[in-house]
Design a protein around this ligand. Sequence first.
Ligand code: PMP
Length: 407
Amino acid sequence: MASALWHGFADMGAVEKNGAFVVSRGEGAYIWDREGTRYLDATAGLWFTNVGHGRTEIADAVAAQLSKIAHFSNFGDFVPETTQVLAERLATIAPVAGSKIFFTSGGSDSVDTAAKLARRYWHEVGQPDKAIIVGRQKAYHGMHVAGTALAGIPVNREGYGELMADAATVGWDDAKSLLELIERVGANKIAAFFAEPIIGAGGVYLPPEGYLAEVRDICREHDILFVVDEVVTGFGRIGGEWFASTRFDLQPDMMTTAKGLTSGYVPMGAVFIAPRVAEPFYAGSWWRHGYTYGGHAGAAAAAMANLDIVERENLLGESKRLEASLHTHLQPLAEHPRVAEVRSGLGAVAAVQLVDPAEALPFVKTLREHGISGRAAGQGAMQISPTFVMTDDQVAEMAAGILAALG
Ligand code: PMP
């Protein structure tokens, strides 16, 4: 059926031919399509519905805020009251004490903000030659120009020409390749290194033991800003802690976030900026950067209600429970002949890697016939990133559905 909607990241010819998967409502770890069929949501939407679907408490908080004032501005000295309160609250959980919070409308905005700020910082401190921004193979940093240029998924970069001068890519799992780049081009030319604690959209790959601390130390030693992209991992996805940066003591100079900040109930992102990077901009200079809807008051109200739920229901603990539960229930799938490996054991994320990457898309369609809504990521992996309210029984139900779909 012809439709006016052009979906993101989609083969639209196939969507037109086969029809869209129209989601009508959700509750907890389940969603329902327009025909009323129920599915277990294996991915929390696009990695974001951390507190689960159907939280009227968040809807009520947004409605109350919009009735009071929907939004105004956070340019110059303006700021909506709720936005200011949220920033103070986020500063108390920031991995680096004294961090400043810069609000955006989503993850791609957060990445662009951090990329621009990295360069602008070096300009402010009299080292404008430090311009190269380094990303990693397999990395995903959103779809704005900076994020597309930094990502390590070549097909996403094809056909646009040079998106951003002075972008470089190193291995995703190999700190030596970062060192080699530094030796080749010189630390005096490098502004920042961007890393996701877990490779997310690029296929769900967990960091090798010690890797994150190693790249943190290399950045420190060579005076390169360390930017940790926690759009996926932030606000509890990593298990037990608010951030991977806290769990691994990464002390990021900047940390990009979105998704779990509001559990995706309304769009919002935030960049956490360590005092060192903020300082020049608080001492006479000012930064000509901002988004109309950055710090939107309705989004800030959603974030406050969302964080209340995470705290009240100990969802950081629940995410840690899921770390173990996913590992226990999904690892046996690795025995199946169609499965190459199962990646799990860090946070509420996992991937079932198929032997034949071409089977991933048809496989997630088959999964629906078994009552599971799933998603392909990277080269032939099924992404698993449930809501933190998914019970152990539901994890078992998901594993059984995957096994049945594998045949
Ligand atoms: N960074 C990472 C690590 C992400 O996973 C994503 C989105 N999946 C983004 C940035 C971009 O976020 P958004 O789609 O909200 O712009």
